[in-house]
Design a protein around this ligand. Structure first.
Ligand code: AMP
Length: 254
C-alpha cells in the first residue's frame, strides 16, 4: 500500500488543479515519463503538468543543449549525434539523469521529458528506482505516450522557430510571428534548431521508431503506460494526461 499522504502537498495549487479539471486535493503523481516522437508536444505538456503538480521538468535534450552551449566535455561528445538526429550513448545520458535525480527538488516527484529513449535506458531507470531511497518517492513510475500523426509532427518540427533572446517559440505554419522571421516581443531574428531541418526530422523519426517505440511496449507490458491523443488543443491534451494518470494511480492503489 502506497503512502499517498506525503504527496498531498500538491493541493497547494488548487486554482491550477481546478482549471485543469483535477479533483481538489489530488495527490502528487510521483515520477512521470513523457514520451513521444519529435514534435509530439512533450515540452509543452511538461510545463503544464509542472504548474499543476509542482514537480520539476527534467528535459534531457535541454540539459544536453546547455552542456553544448557551455562547451563541456559532455556537450562536445553529444554535438555531432544530436545534429544528425541520432541518440547520445546510454551511459552518458544515464549518468546525467542520475546526477539530476540526486538533487533535493525531485523528492516529491518529477517529469522526465524525453527520457528514457532506449530499452537500455528504461531498464537502467527501473533499477535506479528499485533501489533504496529511490528519487521521486514511493509511487511507481508512469509513462505517458503522446501520439501525433506523421504529417502533423513534420509541420510542428520543421515550422518551429525560437527567439534566441527570450526563448519564445513560434511555428511558421501553425503559430506565426506577426512580422515574418522576427520575435513579436523583442524583434530578435528567429532561429531554427539544427535538428529541426526536414532531413534530420526524418532521421529522428527513424531513430524513434527503431529505438524508442520498444520502450513504450516495456511500460505497456508492466501496466505503467498511459496513451494520450496528442493531436488536440494543448489544454485538451493536458486534461487527458492528468485524468489518465490519476486513473492509473487509483487502479494501481486499489
Ligand atoms: P529533444 O530536445 O528531446 O528532442 O532532444 C534533442 C536531442 O538530444 C535528441 O535528438 C538526442 O540527440 C538527444 N537526446 C535527448 N534525450 C536523449 C536520451 N534520453 N537519450 C539519448 N539522446 C537524447
Amino acid at each position: 500500500m502506497v503512502d499517498r499522504g506525503k504527496f498531498l502537498a500538491a493541493a497547494e495549487r488548487p486554482e491550477e488543479q481546478a482549471a485543469a479539471g483535477v479533483p481538489a486535493g489530488s495527490a502528487m503523481p510521483g515520477p512521470l515519463l513523457l514520451m513521444g516522437a519529435p514534435g509530439a508536444g512533450k515540452g509543452t505538456q511538461a510545463k503544464k503538468i509542472m504548474a499543476v503538480w509542482r514537480m520539476p521538468q527534467i528535459w534531457t535534450g535541454g540539459i544536453l543543449r546547455d552542456n553544448r552551449a557551455r562547451g563541456t566535455d559532455l556537450g562536445r561528445q553529444a554535438k555531432q549525434v544530436m545534429d544528425e538526429g541520432k541518440l547520445v550513448p546510454d551511459d552518458l545520458v544515464n549518468r546525467m539523469v542520475a546526477e539530476r535525480l540526486a538533487a533535493p527538488d525531485v523528492a516529491r516527484g518529477y517529469i522526465l521529458d524525453g527520457y528514457p529513449r532506449t530499452l537500455g535506458q528504461a531498464r537502467w531507470l527501473d533499477e535506479l528506482l528499485a533501489g533504496q531511497g529511490a528519487p521521486g518517492g514511493a509511487l511507481p513510475v508512469i509513462a505517458v505516450s503522446l501520439a501525433v500523426g506523421y504529417n502533423q509532427l513534420l509541420r510542428r518540427v520543421t515550422g518551429r522557430r525560437i527567439c534566441p533572446t527570450c526563448q519564445r517559440t513560434y511555428n511558421v505554419y501553425l503559430q506565426p510571428p506577426k512580422a515574418d522571421t522576427v520575435c513579436d516581443v523583442d524583434g530578435a531574428l528567429l532561429a531554427q534548431r539544427a535538428d529541426d531541418a526536414e532531413e534530420v526530422f526524418h532521421e529522428r523519426m527513424r531513430t524513434y521508431e527503431i529505438l524508442t517505440a520498444p520502450v513504450l511496449e516495456h511500460y505497456r507490458q508492466s501496466g505503467r503506460l498511459v496513451e494520450v491523443n496528442g493531436d488536440r488543443s494543448v489544454s485538451g491534451v493536458s486534461a487527458e494526461i492528468l485524468h489518465a494518470v490519476e486513473e492509473l494511480r487509483r487502479q494501481r492503489n486499489s
